[in-house]
Design a protein around this ligand. Structure first.
Ligand code: AHR
Length: 507
């Protein structure tokens, strides 16, 4: 069966710019994300530059990774950066109590992370330790990284082989401080965030964008407490807010925390329930934005969703603390849906970071036990959508009354879309979430004329399809001939469970 819909896009009515940072990434010292993922060490047989895996870098460079958040997550609030500098053999070891209770040798530290960012062409986003660190420790880290000229921390950096300061635009003031980051009350943390932010100085020409650790899911009260404390009334004059961004986290979990469900074996009902949960992020962004609007009507403060993605039961036989999961076409549908929602909130949502880039949760790439590299279906959505980064958003008005599915006692809209324009080219992303029905969609393009379209599709026989080392292209983008020019726009027939991008020149 085929459903029918229309999408009206006014090509000459431009909305806000889609921040490229909505396509951000996250790498934690967790399982095989850093060790075995990004980092193999200089003595490895796997081709590497200074210990960093080159196949991973090469794959990620194709995504135009705008920023990379590190070293956590929960790990950030037990990480002491001075343990991760200097000769590797002499670095102290610690236990990673959050993730697998394994020993951390600190071989991947500040210099290695900054080298990785340089290889990727990504802006560093460092999460500082508020939970178990000190103000001085965080202040020293900022100085070590960014201070030009002569100073104690700049001298220490030079002694470790780096003369010039690095540019560090993004700085996190702790992580999940309501939980693993210190189990604090919002009021207590809001004061700490102001205090830590005060001593995270701008050195030389480096300007920090400080991000306060925000809420979980729909904890709007947490956001409100932070927003009330964002600027300094009546105390020492501050030229700008204490923090420039406020974060929140939201994971798509179809089951419960105790039984999240398999990443690869799921029923149609579980498939649809997953998408309903994913769609919830729309309401959450609206909710946090509404609170922020009360305190920051000019929308100067960015909302930062610095952890998002699917969270399934770990792959059978893997360490439960390593959060290693496969990634199917269902995960790609979740990613496509998130990006459409992100684009619609471009005015307030400044940054988003998928958790996590390699081998952990909803990863871009997986390395298997023969050290092959697998590109996941989610990777392909990031790649197909990268043209939206820093493009100007266009509103998409969808009319598809029968593109719906009843799920539990709610309803899922099974068609999702977003669009942007840059350099006289339009990029349209379309997701048909329906697992059985195709959609015949008329794209009513107004205001300008679209030329010959080029389309690509990501789909597979079943939503459960995934890629492996032996079958790496089961879910991979292909040229799509289901789009044609019609008077007034385009017509596309979207197969079930498919993600399609259409690019066309505009005149
Ligand atoms: O991404 C895995 C974990 O999820 C992070 O460490 C933590 O911030 C969140 O709870």
């Amino acid at each position: 069966p085929e459903k029918i819909g229309t999408a009206v896009i006014n090509l000459d009515l431009e909305g806000p710019v889609i921040s490229r940072h909505l396509y951000g990434h996250f790498a934690e010292h967790l399982g095989r994300c850093v060790y075995g993922g990004f980092w193999v060490g200089e003595d490895s047989d796997i081709p590497n530059e200074g210990g960093i895996r080159l196949d991973v870098v090469e794959a990620l460079r194709k995504l135009n990774v705008p920023n990379l958040r590190w070293p956590g997550g929960c790990f950030a609030d037990e990480y002491h950066w001075q343990d991760g500098i200097g000769p590797r053999a002499e670095r102290p070891r610690m236990v990673n109590t959050h993730w697998g209770d394994v020993e951390e040798n600190n071989h991947f530290g500040t210099h290695e992370f900054m080298a990785l960012c340089e290889l990727l062409g990504a802006d560093p986003y460092i999460s500082g330790n508020v939970g178990s660190g000190t103000v001085k420790e965080m202040s020293d880290w900022v100085e070590y990284l960014t201070r030009p000229g002569d100073s104690p921390m700049a001298r220490l950096r030079r002694g470790n082989g780096r003369d010039e300061p690095w540019r560090v635009p993004f700085w996190g003031l702790g992580n999940e401080t309501w939980g693993c980051g210190g189990n604090m009350r919002a009021e207590h943390y809001a004061d700490l965030a102001r205090q830590y932010a005060t001593y995270c100085r701008d050195h030389g020409d480096n300007t920090l964008y400080r991000i306060a650790a925000g809420a979980s899911d729909d904890d709007y009260a947490w956001t409100e407490t932070l927003m009330k404390q964002i600027s300094c009334f009546g105390c020492e004059a501050t030229p700008r807010n204490f923090f420039q961004g406020v974060s929140f986290h939201y994971y798509t979990i179809a089951g419960t925390w105790e039984a999240k469900g398999s990443a690869t074996e799921f029923t149609a009902d579980e498939y649809y329930r997953t998408l309903v949960r994913a769609q919830r992020v729309d309401r959450l962004i609206s909710g946090h934005s509404a609170v922020m609007d009360c305190y920051d009507p000019g929308r100067k403060v960015g909302l930062v969703l610095d952890e998002w993605g699917t969270w399934w039961d770990v792959e059978p036989g893997t360490n439960p603390g390593f959060l290693h999961q496969q990634n199917t076409l269902r995960d790609a549908m979740v990613a496509g849906l998130h990006f459409d929602i992100f684009h619609r909130h471009a005015e307030r949502l400044f940054m988003a970071n998928i958790a996590q880039t390699v081998n952990v949760l909803q990863a871009m790439v997986l390395t298997d036990d023969r050290e092959r590299l697998i590109l996941t279906p989610t990777y392909h959505v990031f790649e197909m959508n990268k043209g939206h980064q820093d493009a100007t958003s266009l509103a998409v008005h969808l009319r598809a009354p029968d593109a719906k599915r009843a799920v539990g006692d709610g309803e899922l809209e099974t068609l999702s879309a977003s669009a942007s324009v840059r350099d006289d080219r339009v990029l349209i992303s379309l997701t048909n979430l329906d697992a059985e029905d195709s959609v015949a969609l008329t794209l009513d393009l107004r205001g300008r004329t679209a030329g010959e379209p080029a389309a690509r599709i990501l789909t597979a026989e079943r939503p459960q399809a995934f890629n492996t080392g032996d079958a790496p292209d089961t879910v991979a983008p292909r040229a799509f001939d289901g789009v044609e020019r019609v008077p007034g726009g385009l017509r596309a027939v979207l197969p079930p469970h498919s993600f399609v991008t259409i690019e066309a020149p505009l005149s």
